[in-house]
Design a protein around this ligand. Structure first.
Ligand code: ADE
Ligand code: ZN
Length: 367
């Protein structure tokens, strides 16, 4: 029996920190969410680098790190804002040195995806970070792709790759990256835009996104995570994106809400990320529930789960608990995750039918 009428647990500290408040979730809700067939559309593969793997790779590759154990790393994972996080995240990527490292990183994520019944993933990667350290584009993408193909064969998980441009760099660098990607065109589904949002508006990347359109890529962009609603408008109007990553600030602009609803533009929300980066003080304040009630096509995702204290199921569980979502709303989030994906229509339908079967056969008592 799920009793979601109780006061939701406090969830304002990092759940992997030693000093976190213990959070007791409802076991029936936990199981319903974990077994729920779902897709993840917003996860940075570099953000799945767990402290243990980071330290192992540092040793294996003789990369100096100032952190001697996982506790020290977890202590460092306290962020005041997005830039605080990005500084640590980019440093962490320095332990990824060869194709095998990217393969193992991606394999570990996909194994976790399998444990949460994630049937489809759309994985972001940041080639500019690695190429600036002297790695070849082929090294990065080959390792990630190899793990995705293995998971497709072994577990039946489908994966798409999203190549993200770093918005703190200039557009010329993004063009060079798009050119490097040309040899791997069949492996890449979409182009994205991430990194430091404030001061780096989508309009800065207008030409390279136009070129990506000509080359037939799908397009996404982080917008309205820390930046204003105006950046979401720019992503839609100037970059012609198919989806918005985050988009929290859309609620500041009623006209934007109408546009997002009428066009059913998906928003890939990341509740624990927003909590850890202090975009919100508590999950009660997250815009998810309000967005759902206003008919927006929202999905739940983990963003950088090794840094933010939870993979996709944990994000769903935490936000469903804090916002007292009912069974139908949780099912809608799972349905949206497939609808908003870049899968072809027959595959989407197959996954959605599977989800419907789960809904028909699985009960859950919610308010
Ligand atoms: N890169 C990795 N995680 C990110 C985030 N949450 N926002 C922008 N860029 C990122
Ligand atoms: Zn992100």
């Amino acid at each position: 029996m799920v009793n979601m009428k109780q006061t939701p647990p406090s969830y304002s500290t990092h759940p992997t920190h030693p000093d976190m408040n213990p959070v007791i979730f409802d076991p029936a809700l936990q199981s319903f969410i974990n077994e729920l067939p779902k897709a993840e559309l917003h996860v940075h593969i570099e953000g799945t680098l767990e402290p243990t793997m980071l330290l192992d790779l540092a040793q294996r590759n003789s990369v100096h790190t100032e952190y001697r154990n996982t506790e020290q790393l977890q202590q460092a994972y306290r962020f005041g804002n997005l830039q605080d996080f990005l500084d640590i995240y980019y440093t962490g990527t320095g332990v990824l040195c060869c194709e095998q490292d990217f393969y193992e990183l991606t394999r570990a994520y996909l194994q976790k995806a399998r444990q949460q019944n994630i049937l489809h993933t759309e994985i972001m990667f940041d080639p500019q970070t690695h190429c600036a350290r002297g790695l070849a584009f082929s090294t990065v993408i080959s390792g990630i792709h190899r793990a995705c193909e293995e998971a497709r064969g072994k577990f039946g998980i489908s994966s798409h790759l999203i190549l993200c441009f770093l918005r703190h760099l200039d557009e010329q660098s993004a063009f060079a990256t798009l050119e490097a990607a040309a040899d791997y065109r069949p492996w890449i589904t979409a182009i994205g835009l991430d990194s430091s949002e404030q001061g780096n508006p989508p309009e800065k990347f207008r030409s390279v996104f136009a070129e990506a359109t000509k080359q037939g890529y799908h397009k996404v962009a982080h917008a309205g995570e820390e930046g204003p609603a105006a950046y979401i408008w720019q992503a839609l109007q100037l970059l012609q994106v198919d989806r918005i990553d985050h988009g929290n600030r859309a609620l500041d602009d009623p006209k934007l809400i109408t546009t997002l609803r009428d066009r059913q533009i998906p928003l890939t929300l990341c509740p624990l990320s927003n909590l850890q980066l202090k975009n919100i003080a508590h999950l009660h304040q997250h815009p998810l529930r309000s967005m759902l009630e206003q008919g927006l096509l929202v999905t739940v995702n983990s963003d950088d789960p090794a840094y933010f204290g939870g993979y996709l199921s944990r994000n769903l569980l935490a936000v469903a608990t804090a916002q007292q979502l009912d069974r139908e709303q949780i099912l809608t989030l799972a349905k949206n995750s497939f609808t908003a994906s870049f899968l072809d229509e027959p595959t989407k339908k197959r996954y959605l039918d599977h989800l419907q079967q789960y809904a028909n056969n699985t009960s859950l008592n919610t308010p």
